[in-house]
Design a protein around this ligand. Structure first.
Ligand SMILES: Cc1ncc(COP(=O)(O)O)c(C=O)c1O
Length: 401
């Protein structure tokens, strides 16, 4: 079977890279952009850029309308209860730092934050540093060999001292989709706040924050086929009320004097300074484009590609998968071969994959690996991309072993 992507031709970046001899298999790091997103960015930039809010002129009004329309689209896409629950950030990392500072005053020495062993540094370090600032305990939920958060350990680690649970939906290393609902429910029963890192999860299954039952949900535009420098922070209305302001400047203030000031509530109170206007408009276009697709067809294509990737890796001697990936990506190492050497030989053959610790150093340490190669898929990838990858892998391994 040839496994053709009907969406490939929507991506000038993929076609340009292909013409250059490059096979792009690094979409978990950043995805290519469809023409609709490029058109939206160009339309805004070439049609007259302007700053948003408080503008009494036509370009400013136009930019504000397009900017705020993206907030509406994000609210609909995430199934938030209202547009006021969407804070536009500069990405997942910024959103998680916002939460770690904005929620700081809720914690007392001895309280606990619970994360899991799979977390990206973006969903580890802000909590680790908060724990250090406030004298908190950071508990880490262990994983099963497949890569699932161990439910028994979760039952004992999420307890009455837990003030916050922060977990990701889909690991950028293990490609495992976590069943978060029971964990989130447990956290709620303990009176803890829940944060879901959807940086990877949102890309491969449209999120429904109300069905998920989390207090906060974060994701990044650039992985969702949108621009970089923009992200979404969903906060349930009553959870947002706990947030203290964290960045100060223009836009977020209601009233200021030299010695005192009063600040806006969410969302604008958490969007200090000039926002990434073009990127927000581009993200709105990406969400429109994603919504327009046949979701079942996308899921079926991605699943078929992923199966082929796993089957090809499993049939090669000495290739060891990390965990049992279910979606989007696979990480592997090869007996007696350093991941950096392999990545170099793949790159020389035009294969764009990622090597190293994937911003999850503690997880790689637990697995006792210096690093791993990650192949990650976008909906534009096809069977020929995988064939080129496997041909290059075989050649590289022949040289290295
Ligand atoms: C699971 C996960 N969380 C968080 C991040 C951080 O996202 P960003 O760099 O867009 O802020 C990433 C990025 O790779 C990720 O994969």
């Amino acid at each position: 079977m040839s496994l053709i992507s009907p969406w490939r031709s929507d991506f000038p970046g993929i076609l340009a890279l292909e013409a250059e001899g490059q096979t792009y298999l690094d979409s978990a790091a950043t995805a290519q952009k469809p023409q609709a997103v490029i058109d939206a960015l160009l339309g805004y930039l070439a049609g007259g850029a302007a700053n948003v809010h408080r503008a009494q002129h036509l370009p400013g009004e136009r930019a504000t309308r397009a900017f705020e329309a993206s907030r509406d689209k994000a609210a609909t896409w995430l199934n938030a209860a209202s547009r006021e629950e969407i804070i536009l950030t500069r990405g997942t990392t910024e959103a998680l730092n916002l939460l770690a500072y904005g929620l700081q005053t809720l914690f007392r020495a001895g309280d606990e934050i619970v994360i899991s062993a799979q977390e990206h540094h973006a969903n580890l370090l802000p909590w680790q540093q908060l724990a250090q600032r406030q004298g908190l305990k950071l508990a880490v939920l262990p994983l099963t060999a497949a890569g699932d958060i161990d439910p028994d350990a979760a039952s004992s680690l999420i307890g009455p001292r837990t003030r916050l649970l922060a977990v990701s939906q889909l690991s950028n290393v293990l490609g495992r989709r976590q069943s978060l609902q029971p964990l989130l429910q447990q956290a709620r029963q303990m009176g803890a706040i829940s944060v879901v890192d959807g940086a990877q999860g949102a890309v491969h299954q449209r999120p429904d924050v109300q069905a998920l039952g989390c207090d906060f949900y974060v994701c990044s535009g650039h992985k969702l086929y949108g621009p970089d420098g923009v992200g979404l922070l969903y906060g349930r209305r009553d959870a947002l009320a706990h947030l203290q302001h964290w960045q100060f400047g223009g836009e977020m203030v209601l009233e200021a004097d030299y010695q005192t000031a009063r600040f806006r509530p969410a969302p604008l109170g958490f969007e200090a300074g000039t926002p990434p206007v073009s990127a927000v408009i581009g993200l709105g276009a990406a969400l429109d484009w994603l919504t327009s697709l046949d979701q079942q067809a996308v899921a079926a294509h991605e699943a078929a590609l992923h199966q082929r990737l796993l089957a090809g890796l499993r049939q090669r001697a000495g290739v060891r998968l990390l965990g049992e990936p279910q979606q989007a990506l696979a990480c592997f190492h090869v007996d007696a071969v350093h991941n950096a050497d392999l990545a170099q030989l793949l790159s020389e053959q035009g294969i764009a994959v990622r090597a190293g610790h994937h911003c999850a150093m503690p997880l790689l340490k637990r697995l006792q690996l210096p690093g791993a190669i990650r192949v990650s898929l976008g909906l534009y990838n096809d069977g020929a991309d995988l064939q080129r990858f496997f041909d290059a892998l075989d050649k590289a391994l022949e040289l290295l072993r």
